[in-house]
Every structure is written in C-alpha cells, then in structure tokens.
Design a protein around this ligand. Sequence first.
Ligand SMILES: [Cu+2]
Length: 457
Amino acid sequence: MSFTRRQILGGLTGLVAVGLGAGGAARYWLGRTDPNAGHDYELIAAPLDVELVSGYKTPAWAFGPSAPGTELRVRQGEWLRVRFINHLPVPTTIHWHGIRLPLEMDGVPYVSQLPVLPGEYFDYKFRVPDAGSYWYHPHVSSSEELGRGLVGPLIVEEREPTGFKHERTLSLKSWHVDEQGAFVAFSVPREAARGGTAGRLLTINGEPNAVVDLPAGQIVRVRLLNLDSTLTYRINLRGNAEARIYALDGNPITPRPLGKDYWLGPGMRICLAIKVPPAGEEISLRDGPVRLGTLRSVASNDAPSDWPPALPANPVAEPDLANAEKLNFNFEWAGSVSVNTENRPPSLWQINGIAWDITDKTCSDRPIATLKKGKSYIFELKNMTQYQHPVHLHGMSFKVIGSNRRKIEPYFTDTYLLGKNERAQVALVADNPGTWMFHCHVIDHMETGLMAAIEVA
Ligand SMILES: [Cu+2]
C-alpha cells in the first residue's frame, strides 16, 4: 500500500477561531462538532500536566482534557468520524481496539497509514458494526505513548435502549511514575523478558484511590476497561454487592455471576451489572487483595430496578467449525537479554519462530499466515512460555472454543488471555480483507518480538 501526506495542518484554518494553531501545548478538545462539519469529534493529542501524586505534576500526553482520554460514544451501525489532530512532539496514530473496520482506518503505521506527524491531522471515518466497550490508543512507540497516557474509552451504544438506566465507565491504568510523579522507564529489558514492565501507581479514570458514586438500589452497568500496558487485574468486589457479567471484550454473553476473580488482561474489557447496596454503603473494587477504588452508594430517587435481560448479540459471523482449516501459532521465548547497541529493543519473544522487529517497516510484508477471504479457521494458540500473554487480533473478532486449562463457554472476543503453558483454540471467519496485526498486548512483549501479521486475501 502506498501513502501520501495529503492531510496537513495547513487545511485547518477554521479551527483558529477556537484557539488552536497558537502552537505549544494546546489543550482543547472541541467535543461533538456541527453535524455538517464532516466529522463528529475533533480529538487532539497534546501534552497535559496531570496530578497523579498529590502536589506534583506529571507531564502526561493526553487525548483531550484528561488521561485516560475523552470518552468517545457512537451508536452501533452508525459512522464514527474523528478528526485526529497531533499536537504531540512525536509521530503517532490511533488504533481502535476491537472495532471491525477497514484496514485504512486501523491505525497501524506503514500498514494502514503513515504516522501522523506533529502538526498534522488525520480523519478517521468508519462504521461500527458491534455494540460494546472498546478503546483507542496509538500503535507507534507504544511503550512511551500509552505509558504517558494516550489511551481512551470508545463506547458503542446498542441500537435499541437496553434495560440499563445507569452506567459508568472505569478505565484502569497503572502509571510508571515515582513518588514525585516523574516518569520512570516504561520498559526495562529484564522486565520485558518476564511479565512486562509494570506501572507503580494504580488508577481508575486517572485517579488513585478513586471513589465512584453509584445510585442506591439500582442495577448499574459498570464497564471495566483494562487500558494498562502490562498488568492483568484479578477483578473482584468486596462488600454487599451482587454482580453479574453481561459482556466480555465488547461481546454479550449469557449473564452469569462475577465469581471470585475475573482475570482482565491488558486491552480486555468486562461489562458488569452491579446491584448497588443501600445508600451509604461502600464496595471495594479490587485486583486480587488490592483495592483499586471504592464504589460508594448514594441516595437515588429512582424506583429499584431489576436485572436487565441479556444484551443483544453482535453480528459477528459464526465460524464453520466442521470445515475450518487449523493453523498453529506457538508463542515462544526467543532467547537472551543482550546489551543492544543499536538503540532498539532486544529480541525476546517470537511467534512460530519469528520475532517481530518494531524498527523494521517491512515486517508486515511477510505475513505469518495468509487466510482465504470467507473461509473459517481454527487457530491453535500454544503458549510455550512461563508468562501469560493477552493475544489480540486486529480487524476481526474470534470465538474462543476450547482450552486445556479451563472450561470454556464459547464467546466472541478480540483478545484472549493465554495463560502460561496453555493451549487454546479460537475460531473465526476470515471476512475482513487486509493485513492484520496479531500480537500480545503486554506492550513490551509486543515491542520485543511478540507480534505478527496475518493476511486475509
Ligand atoms: Cu505477552
């Protein structure tokens, strides 16, 4: 695919009136624009000082006025049109995690588009086929860009109203900062060689020890999004709360109790319904034994509500398992942590014996598999390492159908948390032509080899 730089800031004269174009750290998010403007959102990525540690500034990068960024919302089946403006000092893109869209909108540099340079803009425009909780982030210099805060929720509302009257979006992210709020290394080779370089400060919607108010007596839809670069959260609630799972990674399931711990890997989402206890009571939202934040029940005038019915299924094609072709993907440890002198990350991980090199723009020219458009496939995912990997595919959703480690109730997703030494089977219809990234969502695993391209033609 060839690219041109047609879209440059010179075309943005209309925005000067609202204060853009003065240069420096513009911090405007213009929100939903005039429907005749040709786009629904103007989303600006720019430096933004945030206060993560009380009394100290952290020099974050943000989409809009907060980090994590502005929540984008669109209705299922409609177009999402975002004019993305780069006011960062670095090139970037936006990838729309979990959205089934055309390759040109997928935000992968040199595969979908050229990086958006400082001062440039890019118009993202695509229809959203599936309702659910999704998110967006760059696919360039990901350790640093996601690490500094360039992550944000994208909520696709169901076509028809659901039974939920109340909902909240909780974006989980840990930050690589020290006690004074200064950034520390986003990726350290000896950590990238293990579970990934973990952030040190846990936040919900950018706040440590967040307190989220919920209306007493109501059943509230709580969307938990793991926008972390590294951490898998073992989600549980402590307190007088009944919670049911309504959707996993955007796709509805038959509602079931939350249970003890739900392992939410990087990039994954879970949609809960929580029955809020009487006013004044508190629920802890926890990662294993660690409190992430507090859900506080506050008085509500609404009549008590009942559990809503299951959410409507998304229109994802059902794979033909009887006639599917099987493909093996082995996730392996590649070797040793050597001192690198070329200013590039070490090569630590590989898929089917091949390590991705994020400094080599031609890797995507050598897809690890070529799928025939319209055909069904079963991927056998084999983790030959001692660490878990949230395996994510761009462009298409897949159905998790089996595992040697746990009982699987088949469900559609875009990210599967492959446990250490686990073998799992996922199936899909190769119905979206293009070259799609297939990678671990532990960002420094991805940047040290654990990525591949899968072609659908
Ligand atoms: Cu990984």
